[in-house]
Every structure is written in C-alpha cells, then in structure tokens.
Design a protein around this ligand. Sequence first.
Ligand code: SF4
Length: 638
Amino acid sequence: MAQAVFRAIAEEKVLIVEAGTGVGKSLAYLVPFIYWAYEQERRVVISTFTKALQHQLVEKDIPFLQKALGIRFNYALCVGGENYLCLRRLERAARGGLFDTGLEQRQLEDIFEWRMHTKTGLVSELDFQPSESLWEKICRQPDMCLGKKCLHCEDCFYRKAKKQEFQSQILVVNHHLFFANLSSGEKVLPEYDAIVFDEAQNIEDVATDYLGIEISNFKLKSLFDSISGSHTGRGLLSKLENFRELDRTRIEKLVSDARLAADIFFSGLIDKFPGDTNTLRVRTPDFIPDNLSQPLLSLSAGLKALAEVCKDEEEKIEINALSDRARTIADEVDTLISQSLDGYVYWAEISSKTGTRQRIVLHASPVDISGLMREMVFQRVFPVVLTSATLTIAGSFSFFKERLGLDSAEEILLGSPFNYRENALLYLPSDLPDPGKETRAYINKVSEEIEKILEISRGNTFVLFTSFSMLEKVYESLKGLPYIEILCQGDLPGYKMLEKFKSGSTLSGQKPDRGFVLFGTNTFWQGVDVPGSALECVIITKLPFAVPDDPIIEARTELLQSQGRDPFISYYIPHAVVMLKQGFGRLIRTAEDRGMVAILDPRLRTRKYGKIFLESLPECRVTSEIRDVAEFFAAIRA
Ligand code: SF4
C-alpha cells in the first residue's frame, strides 16, 4: 500500500485502497505523505470519520513516526472554531450577567477558573459538559471574532491553534470539518496540497449533510434570544450602552414581529404533517406561505442601521454578526420554500407532534454528490487517497466510485492479514422467517435465536439492530435472562456504555457476575473498536438495507429510476453490503482475536443477492448448526 501511495503522489493521481483490518493502512499512507510534505514543503489533510481514529493518528501513529523517521515535521489536530473558548466573549458575557440559571452561573465560574490553566481552551478538556446555551455565548464564533483588533489576541486559544495549523505539514481533521471547510468557501482550514480520506465509506453521508441547508425553530429562537431574550430580557440589547431608547424599542419590535412570524410559520408547518408521521417530503415549491423571510430581512436591516451608529468596536461586530445571521436565515427560508436549488431533495422533520420542546426542521440536501465532489475535490486537489476496510462489493469498487463521482483512480484491494478461517465462525441459522414478509414471527424467532446464542456466549456480545423499534421488542423478551446484563443504546452516553462494556465492570469498578451484552443500532455498526476477549460474539439481526421512505434515500431511488436503473441492485444492495461488512468488522480487531458472527437474516441464503453479501465478507468457516457454535466457544475459551 505504501508503494502505491508513493506512486499516487509522484503521478498526482487518485488512489483507492480497501485495506482489511490489521493491514496497517494508517502507517502505509502516513510514511509517504510525511516524506513528501517534508521534502517538498507541502501540506496534507488527513480526514477521518471517527474521533477514535483521529486520536490514534495524533497520539500514537504520528508521534511514533516523528521519532522513527528522524525528520522534523509539525502536525496538528484541527477542530471547529466553536470548540474553543473565546476570552473576549467570556469576559463580556460575565460583565453582562447573561446567564439564565444558577447552573450556568456556576459553570461560568468554573470556566473562569479553568481558563487560567488550560493550554488549549478546548471544551473537550473541561471535566464537565457546559450547557449548550452557555457555551454558545462564550465560544469562538467566526462572525464575532475581532481577530487582530482583539485585546485578547495574544492569548487567544483559537489563534494559537491556527498558528500551529499554519506551521504544520500534516493536518488531521474529521470529515465534518473537511466539508464544513468546503461549504464555507475554504475559510476554516489552511490551504493544502493533498488529501487522505480514511474511513472513506462515510464520505457520501457527511458530504450530503454539509452541502445541504436547514432551518429550525431552535435556530431562529437562538437568534432572537441572542438579540433580546423573550423571558429574561437578556440578550444583545440589554448589554448595549449609549443607545437611544428609541433605537432599542425599534429593534425589540422587529424581534417580536419576527418571533411571531416564526411561530405562525412553524405552526403552519406542523399542520402539514399527516397523521403520526415525523417526516414530510416536500415535493412542490411554495407549499407553505413565506411569511418569515421579510420580517427577518427587516430585522437584519434594523440591526445593520444600529451597527452604523455604534461607536464601540465590540458591540458593532456583534450587532453586524446578528444582522448577517438574520439575513442568511431569510435567504435560506426563501431557498427552502421556492426550492431554487436543482438536484436537491426538500423535506421537513419534527421531533414530536406535541410538547414545548418540539424541534421542527426544514431541510434541503443534494441527492447526488458526485458532481459536487468532482468539482470541489477531485478536479482541484492531487494527489487524493481514499481508504477504508469496507469499500468494495464482492471485490469491485464500482459502487464507491460512482457514488463519489470518481471517474478514474488506481484501485488496490488488500485483504486482512488476520486468520479468519481459524479464528472466526459465521453462524447462519436456517429456519428463520422472512423479515420482509412475516415481521412478528421473525422478531419472535430472532429473540429465541439470540437467547440460544447468549446461553452459550454468556456475554461479551454485541447485538446489532437496524431499528430502535426492533431493538426494544427483542430487549423486552430477553431482559429477564439471569446470566447476562443488557446495555441498551441510549441508556448511557455511547462512550460510557462502551467503556463499561470493554472493562467488563460497572461504572463504579465492580465486576458483575453476569456478562455484558450491548444492544445497539447505527452508531455501533462502525467505528467501534473492542479488541480482545471483551467482544467474542457479534449478532447481526437484519441485513442493513437503507430505509426506503427516508427522504434522501427515496430521492436517490427516484433519480436512479429516472435513469432507467434498478435502485435495489444499484443502490440498496451495495449500500447494505458496506454496512454489513462494517458490522462484521467489529469482531476481529487483532491477530489474536477469536469469535463468532451470527447473521439472523434468512435472505442471505434464500435470495439471489445473498451471494453478493457472503462474497463480500472475509472467508471463514460457516455453519447453520447451534451445536457448532457451542463447540466453537468451548474451544476458544478452553
Ligand atoms: S481573537 Fe477572536 S476568538 Fe480570540 S479572543 Fe478575540 S474575539 Fe475571541
């Protein structure tokens, strides 16, 4: 792989590498790129999907290579600016007494104390999670940053981090930041000369998110409260000094008009949701009257006029920032209602139909990102390396290349060096009902099958679901099993649950007398690394097909149909294969790991397409007999 990366660099090409677990792909791309960046004075961006991989790169692999290669180069982990404490906003917020609750006030005092000794000012370094509304008031915001004019410029955490990034040859980012940089017109990261996308199987989803637009009732409330708090009377207006009462009253009236317009707009939107649905595809422009963009534009203009007469630099920048935000949201409302972006899918979603904390969002997302990827990435930056353990479908890169708009690239497929034949067993029980036809019977039978397996494994097991509703049903039928403790996704924050599962201990450090079984959906299918005997069994309930009535998936289906193609063959199957490979990949993480994957979906055997799934998995022993499972566990635990 390293040789291919050297070649891609020399020939300024795009290289795609599927490298099975254990190949050492990060070292294989780091070494060539570090030499190149050092010798040619270039800068390389390495973009990952998970934090775990970012930490492995900056805490282990890159420091190791700094010593081993014996050359001097700099690197930086880049995170979004909103992760940094802004010293100016911290002081200003404290002066203005902007905190709504006692908790926020106490957290603010702790942050004041913390800022004296933190070296990075990163929110992740705090030993508590500050409230979202508090952090929003004191973090670095691009449109509220005074830059060189700031009194805190010398001590500014964000500026120090930026300096480090500009002095670095290797920048480690995540896909979210990479696409946030692209959609901001490249204002977030320093210029770079090459890109490595690791965990490249997630690029399409992240790009779809970041290249789209959305507005929500929460986003608008946050804007209005930043100007004038509805209940607290706090917000920008309460902090301004030397303003005529008349100006203040005028802006308050504009905020209150815009608030009312937003209430009417979102209430009208809720009424459009039929029955119990939480997602609404919007197929035609002007589906709802636009009573909102004009009041937002008036508010923006009012703030702009206020900024013009403002003498205080800090106040001026904050007023201007809020004015620009109001204008941007007004433009977004117009785009979403007029559906003026071609090739985008428009939809709305709502967290619940009732309650005071309802979140209502209107979205527009690109249906096909291949053109944008070509234009924004592949035609502009060379070389580019894309890698992951799960890119191919039965040995072919076609699906991955097509989804990302990659017309030509060198392709390399490297299997895992781990001995799956010896160390892994694939269990495919033969007498399960079809999940698409007999849902209730299928869930009952799957619960029985999981119970049989857990009776043997007695813990150290992941059970991966494709929906929460199925997870809950199976949990209800198995929660009383005396020999296991089930951890359900959502009971604890994901990282805490994983910590508990890995250590095999309760959070207080006690060893329970029952083994842990983790029930998870999407987030546990990928990016989760549990090496060793803590994880010896992965049960995959259903083949992870995309949900057809998800608006983005539905729009992709329609696009493929309009091109005369079969969406099931050209999208649903390959998409599910990649996800299945990810789920399977949770099991064997090191050369010593041993264990079993059970796939409880009979379609693997009964449908023609099942072969494509099976051919995409690592070669290992396959059985449909539960006694083989018992023997296998007896052998690996002997
Ligand atoms: S330079 Fe910008 S981010 Fe830094 S303290 Fe000043 S305003 Fe905040």
